[in-house]
Design a protein around this ligand. Structure first.
Ligand code: CA
Length: 235
């Protein structure tokens, strides 16, 4: 069965960029819906239910970070951020809000398409590897197929990256994973992206917070990396 191409919500107020990206995304076979301000983006997100969002930060009415914040309240839809400010807080803040990647303007369309494909591929690896259904670890329920994690019945609301990270840790079955290995596996680390292993530590910290009472299953192994304990961390 050939999967249909994903629907992408493109949010960009600069008309030239929007038109160029829309054209190129459509040519790649994606379905594309567009918004030119933050308010319209949120309305369209709820209506069109896209599989992926390309989101400019500097937008009229409601800025991109607020759009991301609102999307993340209830959705783990992958979001790639576009920013004009390479060195500023926006992108860091954006990542902490749960963006999956970012690109600094000006960027090549080819690179943008590659990043989108990479994120979607990793997201689908996560859900395709999920044939074995739900998993129960302590008070944590993990449903690979539904992309869903609950702790004591409460949704953990993981972003796709956090979900991929948890999956990687669980599937390692207690083996220690190095930060480099995690970065490579979850982020598909390339030299152009300025992510380093601190990104892994930040995501681990966030994942632990979201896992609440089960947080200690993710163990830091000094100088080596992280491992996941399927049995309780403390006796
Ligand atoms: Ca803009």
């Amino acid at each position: 069965m050939k999967p249909t191409k994903e629907k992408i919500l493109l949010v960009e107020d600069e008309q030239d960029i929007r038109h160029a990206l829309q054209y190129n995304l459509k040519r790649e076979g994606y379905e594309v819906v567009c918004a030119s301000d933050g308010k319209a983006a949120l309305a369209l997100f709820n209506k069109a239910k896209p599989d992926f969002v390309v989101l400019d930060i500097m937008l009229p009415h409601v800025d991109g970070l607020e759009v991301l914040r609102q999307i993340r309240r209830e959705n783990s839809t992958p979001v790639l951020i576009l920013t004009a400010k390479a060195k500023e807080m926006d992108r860091i803040l954006g990542l902490r809000l749960g963006a999956d990647d970012y690109m600094v303007k000006p960027f090549s369309v080819g690179e943008l398409l590659a990043r989108i494909q990479g994120i979607l591929r990793r997201a689908s690896v996560v859900s395709d590897g999920a044939v074995n259904g739900a998993l129960s670890i302590g008070s944590m329920q993990v449903d690979w197929a539904r992309y869903d994690v609950t702790v004591s019945g409460e949704p953990a609301q993981l972003t796709p990256k956090e979900f991929a990270l948890l999956k990687l840790l669980i599937e390692a079955k207690g083996k220690v994973l190095s930060r480099d290995h995690i970065l490579e596996s979850v982020w598909g680390h390339d030299k152009q992206s300025q992510l380093d292993t601190r990104t892994v530590d930040q995501h681990i910290a966030r994942l632990r917070r979201k896992l609440k009472s089960e947080r200690e299953r993710i163990m830091t192994v000094a100088t080596a990396g992280y491992k996941f304990l399927s049995s309780p961390a403390r006796s």
